[in-house]
Design a protein around this ligand. Structure first.
Ligand SMILES: Nc1ncnc2c1ncn2[C@@H]1O[C@H](COP(=O)(O)OP(=O)(O)O)[C@@H](O)[C@H]1O
Ligand SMILES: [Mg+2]
Length: 215
């Protein structure tokens, strides 16, 4: 079981959007994919119901904290578990960071988001949980000035960043209200989520391997 947290105490950065999209992508190649909604607003749980409450990815209900969810899920056996984190609630976020094998910190390419994402980065470092930042809702691709600026700031602070970039696309918004993901509605979005999933998969599997090796 590999646990990947989509976590950032800053709200509105794309945790739920990317968590749902990556879980659906993972479910294309794994039979046992589970999402844990840690946000009391339950936006991913509502999305999953609109989707028709599928078995893959399924939704785990019954725990407010990631550590409790992981304990229960360990008994039933899953390939991938994706945690959708809440805004604020640093204690819940820290528990989720401790529970995750790998953390994805979505962020928009803006100075304010850089500052607001520092808590999540610090918690990953404090708990020695491997992580990377994903720049989400980018407007102009790799050449965008804000993307360049965010990348160089993160790079100079030794903060790891995913190579994959997720663009601002209407499909990510409209699909969610219909129980779909942006990647299921827009082929350019699908390419981005595909690249992101491959990067997450490699990084998370490496993290699990080194944890086992070190245990
Ligand atoms: N790549 C994207 N392109 C366009 N809109 C996006 C994108 N990612 C997220 N959004 C929108 O931004 C808002 C916040 O995203 P959400 O996933 O709910 O963030 P969080 O879970 O971090 O609070 C939502 O309205 C969502 O539809
Ligand atoms: Mg959310």
């Amino acid at each position: 079981m590999v646990i990947v947290g989509f976590l950032n105490s800053k709200g509105g950065v794309g945790k739920s959007t990317l968590c749902a999209a990556v879980a659906v992508r993972a479910a294309q190649e794994s039979k046992r994919v589970c999402i844990v909604d840690l946000d009391p607003q339950e936006s991913v749980a509502d999305w999953w119901k609109r989707r028709g409450a599928p078995q893959n990815p399924t939704l785990f209900v019954g725990a407010d904290r990631a550590s409790d969810a992981a304990e229960a899920l360990e008994l039933t056996g899953w390939d991938w578990v994706f945690l959708d984190g809440p805004p604020g609630a640093l204690a819940v976020t820290e528990d989720a960071i401790k529970t995750s094998d790998f953390v994805v910190i979505p962020m928009r390419a803006s100075g304010l988001d850089l500052l607001a994402s520092q808590d999540a980065v610090r918690l990953c470092l404090d708990n020695a949980t491997p992580y990377f930042i994903v720049l989400n809702a980018c407007r102009g691709g790799n050449k965008d000035k804000l993307v360049e600026e965010a990348r160089s700031t993160l790079f100079s602070n030794d903060v790891p960043i995913a190579r994959a970039l997720v663009s601002q696309r209407a499909a990510f918004v409209t699909a969610m209200t219909r129980g779909k993901t942006g990647a299921e509605r827009d082929s350019a979005a699908a390419d981005e989520i595909d690249a992101l999933w491959k990067e997450i998969k490699t990084a998370a599997q490496k993290a699990v391997k080194s944890k086992r090796g070190g245990a």
